[in-house]
Design a protein around this ligand. Structure first.
Ligand code: ADP
Ligand code: AMP
Length: 214
């Protein structure tokens, strides 16, 4: 199963991608997670990416494309993968097409998680992430068992710097300008399926699994 999760920031891509990755036993590849790991380890890539991420902007295409192409060539992607947060621009989508062609593989589905902007802004205020393992929670919709503590590794939960309302609004503008055109791009290729991301987390998962099949 080779999949892409598409959607606005906070639409629930990561939440669903983790569940789908578990269900189909395929690696979950989040470019946002890759950048955050690099920031934590203070790598050159991380320091470069941070200057864009803090402002709610996209990291330049040339910094993202090679990372993903290398990742897809690793052995664990042989059986499939789920890309979360990539591609986010038309040039990234074209670069991915080329990489897949070289690998002689095709995508199965591009899953568009649809959530209106007003719901996103409300939702982002409640997102919390584990500072150690990156697991994601929501104070109301997906609360941790213990306040401020990760269920998985007991790390401290924090609000991401780029989840402050001002940055979320900027990220939404960037989404509409640079990422939303991908809906058209993948519709034309007949690869897009859309799910209603405003429903309960479990219901969204059920709908995706129904579309993908067992
Ligand atoms: P993305 O990866 O698209 O940025 P996340 O998966 O991190 O989004 O979800 C954003 C926030 O919304 C998280 O706090 C998550 O727990 C919560 N969330 C995800 N899906 C839903 C949903 N269907 N209903 C309500 N809250 C959700
Ligand atoms: P995410 O965790 O997917 O919300 O990504 C967090 C941030 O990382 C984004 O707001 C961007 O600054 C950056 N980022 C993640 N994926 C990409 C991508 N494919 N292209 C450019 N920037 C990205």
């Amino acid at each position: 199963m080779r999949l892409i999760m598409l959607g606005a920031p906070g639409a629930g891509k990561g939440t669903q991608a983790k569940r789908i990755a578990d269900k189909y036993t395929i690696p979950h590849i989040s470019t946002g997670d890759i950048f955050r790991a690099n920031i934590k380890n203070e790598t050159e890539l991380g320091m470069k990416a941070k200057t864009y991420m803090d402002k709610g902007l996209l990291v330049p295409d040339d910094l993202v494309v090679d990372i993903v192409a290398d990742r897809l060539n690793q052995r664990d992607c042989d059986k499939g993968f789920i890309l979360d947060g990539f591609p986010r621009t038309i040039p990234q989508a074209k670069a991915l097409d080329e990489a897949l062609q070289v690998m002689d593989i095709t995508l199965d589905y591009v899953i568009n998680v649809d959530v209106p902007d007003e719901a996103i802004v409300k939702r982002m205020a409640g997102r919390r992430a584990c500072s150690v393992c990156g697991a994601t929670y929501h104070l109301k919709h997906n609360p941790p068992k213990k306040e401020d503590q990760c269920d998985v590794c007991h790390g401290t939960l924090i609000q991401r710097d780029d989840d402050k309302e001002e940055t979320v609004l900027k990220r939404l503008t960037v989404y509409h300008e640079q990422t939303k055109p991908l809906i058209d791009y993948y519709t034309k290729k007949d690869e897009l399926v859309t799910v209603d991301g405003t429903r309960d987390i479990d219901l969204v998962t059920e709908e995706i699994i129904r579309l993908l099949g067992d």
